[in-house]
Design a protein around this ligand. Structure first.
Ligand SMILES: NC(=O)N[C@@H](O)C(=O)O
Ligand code: NI
Length: 181
């Protein structure tokens, strides 16, 4: 458990501006749309761009199904990046989830991390190379659509945060729901 000297992260509002250093926010509330199909459908066009990087890359679509929510509070022990392509996470069940990022490996090792909370209607698209924590879900039985790069190159670098970096993600109370801790 976090101690008196631990750094317990606070969530930030997931806005396009705040998240810009790390990627894009996929949020109908923050995008315009135009009508298509005879006015029957709103197209929220190009909310994010898929970056497949070097020529051997192609964009793939996956579903991450996570039966059990992450356990809170937890100490941040590792972060990862995908140097050759972007990675988007789009909630399929409307459940809030957490997004933990850092501007660089050094920032991560120094505990300079940013924690964002999606309200469940917002997705994100990590820019290629963005340091982030693997998927952090707040409720059991969650599913997110993931769009990222498939290619021949190793596209996942990890760093282990030193034991001295006593950084914690707390239990987040969502309006009207209590979360596992
Ligand atoms: N390993 C994997 O595909 N997932 C991670 O990249 C993640 O960000 O959750
Ligand atoms: Ni990832």
């Amino acid at each position: 458990m976090p101690g008196a000297t631990s750094k317990v992260l606070k969530t930030q509002l997931l806005t396009a501006k705040a998240f810009a250093p790390y990627g894009e926010v996929i949020d109908r509330q923050q995008h315009t749309h135009f009508l298509i199909n005879g006015g029957s459908t709103e197209r929220y066009h190009q909310m994010a761009c898929v970056d497949t990087g070097p020529e051997d890359g192609r964009a793939i679509i996956s579903i991450f199904r996570k039966p059990v929510a992450s356990h809170f509070p937890f100490r941040v022990e590792m972060m990862e990046q995908h140097p050759f392509g972007s990675q988007a996470f789009i909630p399929l069940k409307g459940k809030p989830f957490l997004i933990l990022v850092a501007a660089s490996a050094q920032a991560a090792e120094q505990g300079d991390l940013a924690l964002f909370l999606s309200d469940g209607s917002q997705g994100i698209n990590y820019a290629a190379g963005t340091w982030h924590h693997p998927l952090i879900t707040l409720e059991d039985d969650d599913e997110l659509l993931v769009v990222d790069r498939q290619g021949d190159r190793k596209n996942c670098n990890e760093i282990q945060l030193p034991d001295s970096s006593d950084i914690w993600v707390p239990a987040i109370l969502i309006q009207g729901a209590s979360l596992p801790s």
